[in-house]
Design a protein around this ligand. Structure first.
Ligand code: BGC
Length: 713
């Protein structure tokens, strides 16, 4: 069904002190007043389970309302609300699914002037198809010329009908909207033998292209988006198109009206890509093509730069994968799925919070967990969901996003809203795990997903039980934060029982957990399950494993977070550094060597090339190279720990994070035998600086310089 255009003329003659529009247009809306687009937001509102919760947006429109007659225009897209083509997650079968709907209110000086009532007019226009995962087709010959003019003759437009609402509670969207955050120019282009042109933007990203074309009326331009090129120079979507079953994949179409230069870009879809292929007839000319980079408009609040080019490139890749995978909600990938995979979100959450002001966006997404939680406490692997993902794709390693993300937000920003708001539902989830556990061992869910060698991966029960333990620890902490002493003690005790059982089942003695693989050891250490007496032995085994594996990674998503943090927390930042920067397969550095501009889904690069789940490496750089760490006792960087690590061949680091109090800087370099550190911490904070010679220095806001002479250490 084509995208509906809505029109409403009204008159207002009073003085305007204040004018606000409250709009909920689902799947997505675009709002105009007197021909002006209101707001620079795109793909709004953010997706949700529409029968549970629907978000509206408030626009200040004071400067757009004229004295006398005015015209309001709205266009609606399908988005996830009306996901009409089949794919494997069944959003096309969502019980909330229906044609796009509009709820609108204009208030002037606090008084309701216009509502979305029967007086509005509606007509189909040039957007003849729009599918979130398919693309958008636009026939410029169907443009409704002048539809935004006050005196436009809309007598052949139909009257709207009043329809039932989607069912969910209405809630204001308080997180930043998606916007076009950057415009990229192609770096290269070439022609194929059939006359199609390929444009290369030199960067994998989420968004779409804007084209400037000229040609004959009725001719079609087909735009296909991909992130891979075949040897013959053509694009391929093979690695990303497999799960969308109906309709075309990542394809936009534009039909020319044949009137000089025509400028177009889609409105209600987005794609993940580096390349586009343009198919057209010979007479049609592409005058210009630009890449429109789209993501949630949070601010950049972090910076990491170092003397190691591999690290810098990995930081670049992580930032771009993060941005590509936060188009409204945290997703796994911007093309194949666009799904809110819970595990991917929490693996990359600390990276997100160091680099971007993304806590409000996470909080908005976390609210959806309550909407999808079953009365049993069970959670699905993707949020939102149409009902898919309760019996596969979930499990503690993924579901724990529900506790971990609110915890990270608290740790990095001091904001406990998500903890307070969702405490009961989190508790229900943990109690569900208790129901599923057998002698405190939980044996369901995804394990070391996309690991290198499945033989070296631990069983699902090891990873799942470790998350069950962490969830209890977190719940106990949350209970303390919100003053529920009974729960605090109860879940602490439960955690102890899980730890005992975990060690009974998985600890083989002599520093070995399970099969002694990187993930098993990293998991036990990082998740806090190793008894103090055994810690040194386990750390030693992990280091030995990595050394004997030539610093090559041997883990999947969860393992990646466990291993680099377990090493670094236990005095082996240098080993983590070598693991991360070595450039042979398998490892992060290998991707850089292959020319990656974003992080990949798999170590060999045979699947998505824009995944964020291996993205904890950026947080690792902030924590262990720059050495900017939050203090859980005084969260949100009220008290800061600065502990830089001048490891291996690393010569200098500039690391910066803007916390709620202001800028934190850790900048260091090595000059011959000296380590020179500059630290800046903002007003109203204190910090503990721990230098490489292990001396500690307490500081208050200000700029400080430290020198360590290695000869004297
Ligand atoms: C997604 C992953 C996700 C996984 C879990 C994949 O299809 O792309 O990133 O975490 O499924 O099963």
């Amino acid at each position: 069904m084509p995208a509906p255009f809505f029109r409403k003329v009204f008159e207002y003659n009073g003085k305007i002190n204040d004018a606000k529009v409250y709009i909920c247009g689902i799947g997505y809306y675009e709002l105009y007043i007197n021909g002006n687009k209101i707001g620079d937001n795109v793909l709004s509102p953010v997706v949700s389970c529409y029968d549970k919760r629907v978000r509206y947006i408030v626009h200040d429109v004071k400067n757009y309302i004229l004295k006398g007659k005015n015209v309001i225009g709205v266009i609606l897209g399908n988005g996830l609300y009306n996901s009409h083509t089949p794919e494997v997650w069944h959003f096309d079968k969502a019980t909330w699914r229906d044609y796009p709907k509009l709820l609108f209110e204009l208030e002037i000086n606090g008084e309701v002037i216009i509502l979305s009532d029967k007086s509005w007019k509606i007509k189909n226009g040039p957007i003849i198809f729009d599918g979130l995962r398919n693309g958008e087709y636009y026939d410029a010959n169907l443009e409704l010329d002048g539809w935004q003019d006050i005196d436009f003759d809309d007598s052949d437009w139909e009257n709207v009908t009043i329809v039932p609402p989607p069912g969910g509670i209405l809630e204001e969207q308080l997180m930043p909207s998606c916007k076009i955050m950057e415009t990229l120019q192609p770096v290269k282009n070439w022609e194929l033998s059939d006359g199609s042109i390929i444009f290369d933007f030199g960067q994998n990203f989420a968004g779409w292209v804007r084209i400037v074309v000229s040609g004959q009326k009725g001719k079609e331009v087909v735009i296909k988006y991909s992130e891979k090129i075949k040897e013959d120079g053509d694009i391929t979507q093979e690695n990303i198109s497999t799960l969308v079953i109906g309709g075309e994949f990542q394809t936009d179409k534009y039909i020319l009206k044949g009137k000089g230069e025509e400028i177009w870009e889609p409105r209600f879809t987005y794609h993940g890509f580096q390349y586009v292929k343009i198919k057209k007839d010979n007479e049609t000319k592409i005058k210009r093509i630009e890449g429109r980079v789209v993501y949630t408009s949070f601010e950049k609040i972090g910076k990491f730069l170092s003397s190691n080019e591999i690290l810098n490139k990995l930081q670049h890749c992580t930032e771009w994968s993060y941005k590509s995978n936060f188009v409204g909600i945290p997703t796994d990938c911007p093309h194949r799925e666009k799904n809110g995979w819970t595990g991917d979100a929490h693996f990359a959450c600390e990276t997100g919070l160091y680099n971007f002001n993304s806590s409000k966006a996470y909080q908005t997404w976390i609210d959806n967990f309550v909407d999808v939680q079953r009365p049993s406490g069970q959670l699905p692997g993707i949020v939102p969901t149409s009902g898919w993902g309760y019996n596969w794709g979930n499990g503690p390693a993924w579901d724990s996003a529900f506790l971990l993300i609110p915890w990270y937000i608290y740790l990095y920003t001091g904001d406990k809203t998500s903890i307070e708001k969702n405490y009961n539902a989190m508790k229900k989830y943990v109690d569900y795990l208790t129901y599923m556990a057998d002698d405190y061992i939980v044996d369901f869910g995804l394990g070391d997903w996309v690991c290198v060698n499945p033989e070296n991966a631990p069983p699902v029960s090891l990873i799942s039980t470790s998350y069950y333990y962490v969830d209890c620890i977190l719940l106990s902490k949350f209970a303390e934060i919100i003053g529920k002493t009974g729960d605090k003690i109860k879940y602490r005790k439960l955690a102890e029982k899980i730890k005992n059982s975990f060690n009974k089942v998985f600890y083989k003695g002599d520093g070995i957990y399970d099969n002694g693989g990187q993930t098993a050891l990293g998991c036990a250490l990082y998740q806090g399950l190793v008894e103090d007496t055994e810690k040194e032995k386990v750390v030693k085994k992990l280091v030995e494993n990595i050394k004997s594996n030539n610093f090559k990674v041997d883990f999947g998503f969860p393992g990646s977070k466990f291993v680099i943090n377990a090493l670094s927390e236990n005095g082996y930042v240098d080993i983590a550094y070598k693991l991360i920067t070595q450039t042979e397969y398998p490892g992060w550095g290998y991707w850089v060597k292959q020319g990656a501009t974003t992080l990949w889904e798999t170590w060999d690069g045979n699947a998505s090339l824009n995944h964020i789940a291996f993205g904890d490496i950026s947080a690792w750089m902030y924590k262990y190279l720059g050495g900017i760490l939050p203090d859980p006792e005084k969260p949100g960087f009220k008290h800061i720990i600065i502990k830089p690590n001048p490891v291996c061949d690393l010569k200098w680091v500039i690391c910066e994070h803007i916390c709620r109090f202001g800028k934190i800087l850790s900048k260091w370099e090595r000059k011959k035998d000296e380590f020179l550190l500059e630290v800046e911490i903002p007003k109203n904070t204190t910090a503990e600086v721990i230098l490489p010679d292990s001396t500690c220095h307490s500081i208050k806001n200000g700029v400080y310089k430290f020198v360590v002479n290695f000869n004297k250490v």
